[in-house]
Design a binder for this molecule. Sequence first.
Ligand SMILES: NC(=O)c1ccc[n+]([C@@H]2O[C@H](COP(=O)([O-])OP(=O)(O)OC[C@H]3O[C@@H](n4cnc5c(N)ncnc54)[C@H](OP(=O)(O)O)[C@@H]3O)[C@@H](O)[C@H]2O)c1
Length: 362
Amino acid sequence: MDSFAFIIHPIDPKRDVSRKYPLLGRVLNERQIDFFSTFFPPVYISEIEGITSNSTGKQIKGWFIAVPYTPRRMLQLPERMVYRKIVQAGRMAERLGAQILGLGAFTSVVGDAGVSISRSLDVPVTTGDAYTISIAVQSIREAASLMEISLQAATVAVVGANGAIGRVCAELLAEDVARLYLIGRREEALNELREQLSGPGRAELIVSTDLDMLAKSQLILSVTSSLEDIIHPEDLMPGSVVCDVARPRDVSAMIAATRDDILVIDGGMVNVPGPVDFHFNFGFPQAKVYACMAETIALALEGRFEDYTLGRHITRERVEEITEISERHGFRLSGLRSFEREVTPQQIETVRRNARKRLRRV
Ligand SMILES: NC(=O)c1ccc[n+]([C@@H]2O[C@H](COP(=O)([O-])OP(=O)(O)OC[C@H]3O[C@@H](n4cnc5c(N)ncnc54)[C@H](OP(=O)(O)O)[C@@H]3O)[C@@H](O)[C@H]2O)c1
């Protein structure tokens, strides 16, 4: 049976360590977990069964393997130490017999986005970023439609527009919307991106290195590699939608508590075809995964055992190809989530009503 492996890592140290080691998660504090993780080897988490292609009926199996570092630890430690730990996890995948390896969340952000890691391994590697782009853009289109925001007339912002994922999200959205803010830290690189993306029939493109522009944006797609949240309640206009693809999150959890007139959605859940059992709770509802996991699984179903999405220059052709492959095997954007809870039609209605009230008061 063909197979894949996927590398995960803790993001919220206490919560995520508790998922595998309830006692350690209870007794250690975050700093202790970070410290001990330096000496911890990669951890075998579980075998994944039941994934079955809708179009070919092919079944595959897979494994979750955890690298013990949090994103903060990955940025604190020398890059070669982090690579070494990820490569160790990759070797475990090879011993298990995996034919393709997916790099989850921050393991794909570190260093050169998978290129060096793939050179050190025999198993082919993908970051999953191409399908993450596809699903992020589909999520924001879906959320706009639910909130009755016309895409063609909308002002939109991409935060982290110089990043591997942000850049292509901006490229795709520039074809859909009226005005697009490209927000990042390096103005020169943003200006280059604006040059590349401008053209007839495209959005008006405006570069910015500060977040003030968010107050003018109806739709925001945020995908930075910041360790801290960077989008706060006071930054946003009533009735806006923020799609937060970043892990750790870019959007402050305070927004959920203080702004009932804004819709914050996660990057999008993807339905997995077949009676899948992950034998591990990574925090998603049954049979749903992150897009980066879905890319790895779809490539295994397709039998494309080759390095796929690596490095920071992802092409839209790659995004279109993985979208076609994934959809053919039965993967789909499946509902929106907000701070790990499913978004209901009632919630959308409440957000819209509160936004109307707030706008009347301004
Ligand atoms: N939800 C999913 O399924 C999924 C899948 C894969 C990745 N991700 C997440 O997506 C995020 C981005 O990944 P990536 O591969 O695109 O990373 P990347 O190529 O490293 O890009 C990150 C971008 O964020 C910018 N940035 C970092 N800190 C910032 C700050 N404080 N303010 C503004 N911009 C800041 C960086 O700016 P500079 O260019 O100036 O360095 C860079 O352009 C990560 O959080 C990752 O974990 C999520």
